[in-house]
Write a protein that binds this ligand. Sequence first.
Ligand code: ZN
Ligand code: ZN
Ligand code: ZN
Length: 189
Amino acid sequence: MTTAHPATSTERVPGRAWTIRLTGHSDRSATVSCTTAACRMPPRSKDLAARRAFAAQHAAAHAKAATVRSNAWCHCGSQQCSAHTEPVHCAGSVVLIVRHDPTVGQVWSVEEVCAACAPLIPHATVAARAARPRRTAEQPAAAVPAPARAAVPGGFSSPDTAPADGAPAPGRRSGRRPPRPQRRRTGQR
Ligand SMILES: [Zn+2]
Ligand SMILES: [Zn+2]
Ligand SMILES: [Zn+2]
């Protein structure tokens, strides 16, 4: 058994932030963008309500999927706490917040911030908190549920019904090609 050194195991990492933005266009259509380039966004649409709902759900999905890291720097503090007016020293545990100003209505932000900044940031809702680091082990709490096993599409399962062996292939003769079927008209060769 080796003792874990806190200096290395709790090395600070930059707080993460995702920004989901609803952008309106001159033809009254809208697009949704996410700062994570890998995220798939729906195409431009004139259904603003649907795009707005998608943006909100996408922000919530990021907040749900992200595991809050207890060693993250406060993202708010890294931005000179420009999100709030009251000065505060970053302290406390790390929380994940979702920011959305309904009067603006077009931007959703998911950020890792500290417990001191979180209550000062307007329009912020705490979505998750970092698991408290254990004193003995650095193992993350087993709070993340294992992904459900992918069910068979359609609900049926037929693992053993496929004819695997012994099935005589029709028209199998040695030295001769099987006659080419002539009913095809697709021209595929
Ligand atoms: Zn995204
Ligand atoms: Zn702050
Ligand atoms: Zn902070």
